[in-house]
Write a protein that binds this ligand. Structure first.
Ligand SMILES: [Zn+2]
Length: 299
């Protein structure tokens, strides 16, 4: 007996690009002088691979370069560097170490998302959750995250006082990062019209140890049937780049008002004159434990 023919699956409707457009006029930056953009993953760590079957590591590098080039058009005086400009391995602590050596006002890590549910979509901005204790104090069950181990991650050596001072500096940066994350999230959603997944806080490994505010923007879901097909398109990326610039301009405006103080540059730290070289290949560390983040791909 012949099996009944399977009904043909209808082709999915073509996804339509939604883009509201920039909400702010372009102008030179006034308080943001140095920006380190961190394209997530790279080398042996592809990140997520979604419906378009293009690895996250390639897409975020492309978007990071588009953002860098567009920022140069907006304000040639703004110094912008990438943690990696090629498809190379780069550990998460090495990215934070690069940031601390150069000491930009903001560390901006770019990622694309994935989730078991194909319905998950939209933008979310991640920032570091404070340990919730006094600097140097260990959190029960999280002893491995204590001040000493964090300092060790970013190459700080010294006595206990130095470690505590480093911890204080990081705590201040963490507070400022939450302000920056809110500004970026609001701007990105307003300019793209994307679903607002809000700001989330966790102990993200790439952000631990930073001496300056650091945020991770998860720009969209590669696992979503529509969003995942749009993300590789130049038009989607151009819209997202303008949205990120809106966020950076708002962060800059807040910085300029003075109610968002920046950690003062530390003259004792060397400032490399060239873009830091990629760190030697190391296996990617396992994701940090986080507070109820429903999506995968935690940096
Ligand atoms: Zn990622």
């Amino acid at each position: 007996m012949l099996a009944a023919p399977r009904p043909l699956r209808a082709a999915p409707p073509a996804a339509e690009l939604r883009c509201v457009g920039p909400q702010l006029p372009r102008r030179p930056f006034t308080a943001l002088h140095r920006l380190l953009i961190d394209p997530g993953h790279g080398g042996g760590e592809p990140g997520t691979i979604g419906v378009a079957e293009i690895a996250e590591k390639h897409l975020v590098l492309l978007i990071a370069k588009r953002l860098r080039d567009r920022l140069h058009e907006v304000d040639p005086a703004l110094e912008v560097r990438l943690t990696r400009s090629a498809d190379v391995d780069l550990s998460l602590p090495a990215r934070a170490h690069q940031a601390n050596l150069w000491n930009p006002e903001l560390f901006l890590s770019l990622h694309l998302n994935a989730a078991p549910s194909i319905e998950a979509q939209g933008i979310e901005t991640l920032t570091l959750a404070p340990l919730g204790t006094a600097p140097g104090e260990l959190v029960p069950g999280r002893e491995a995250e204590g001040a000493c181990s964090v300092a060790a991650e970013v190459g700080v050596v010294g006595d206990d006082t130095a470690v505590v001072l480093d911890d204080l500096r990081r705590a201040a940066a963490t507070n400022l990062a939450l302000v920056a994350a809110e500004l970026m999230q609001q701007s990105a959603v307003a300019a793209t019209g994307a679903y607002d997944r809000e700001v989330k806080q966790g102990r993200y490994r790439v952000l631990r140890g930073l001496y300056m505010p650091g945020i991770v923007v998860e720009m969209g879901f590669l696992s979503h049937p529509d969003e995942g097909r749009l993300i590789p398109l130049p038009a989607w990326q151009a819209c997202t780049v303008e949205a990120l610039i809106d966020g950076l301009l708002r962060i800059d405006a807040t910085l300029a008002k003075g109610d968002y103080p920046v950690a003062s540059p530390d003259a004792s730290r060397p400032t490399p004159t060239a873009e830091p070289a990629a760190a030697p290949a190391t296996p990617p560390p396992s994701p940090a434990p986080t507070r109820s983040i429903p999506t995968q791909d935690l940096p």
